[in-house]
Design a protein around this ligand. Structure first.
Ligand SMILES: [Zn+2]
Length: 180
């Protein structure tokens, strides 16, 4: 794992752009960004995700090739980037537990989405930037079915089911305001 700036992340995304689109097109889809939480501890990073975001919003890479196919989102990994918040150990829908997503993490995730979408020519919408909860709902194992995966289905202070809309909304705000 190594820490990167948003500018360094942009360069990595540009470098992987052609490979990502080739993989996505081979699967008859656009490049996608999937948003997770780890259900682990702050400061604990996993190589299943390309990008891990720590408690303070700092961004860590598990690989220098964003086109590498990792195992983050069932049946959706080719031509897709996995981004995860290092958070949510012991979290349930009733109780966030000791390590909830922080404000800094959520803002950093929105900035990461903006950087990736700009570099990869992606519209920031439900079809291209999806939480694991939303992807799991599409594939029958999400909070609308079994709750096997519910990453970002909720966020602190946010209504059930709205986590994805919040992150996408913030990412589009960063895009429109040219912050990243
Ligand atoms: Zn997940």
């Amino acid at each position: 794992m190594y820490k990167v700036t948003l500018e360094e992340l942009k360069q990595l995304a540009l470098k992987a752009k052609n490979d990502l689109w080739a993989l996505a097109r081979a699967n008859d889809r656009d490049v996608k960004v999937y948003l997770h939480w780890s259900a682990g501890h702050y400061g604990q990073f996993f190589s299943d995700y390309h990008i891990n975001i720590d408690k303070d919003g700092s961004v860590y890479m598990s690989t220098n090739d964003l086109a590498t196919v990792l195992a983050h989102t069932w049946r959706r990994n080719s031509g897709a980037i996995g981004v995860s918040l290092a958070a949510c150990y012991d979290a349930t829908t009733q109780n966030w537990g000791p390590e909830p997503p922080t404000v800094a993490q959520i803002e950093a995730m929105a900035q990461v989405v903006c950087v990736l979408a700009n570099a990869l020519d992606l519209t920031i919408d439900y079809d291209r930037v999806m939480t694991h909860a939303e992807a799991a709902n599409e594939d029958g194992y999400g909070p609308q079915q079994t709750w096997e995966r519910w990453d970002l289905w909720i966020l602190p202070g946010v209504s059930l089911g709205e986590g994805g809309n919040i992150i996408r909304g913030k990412a589009n705000w960063y895009r429109q305001n040219g912050v990243t």
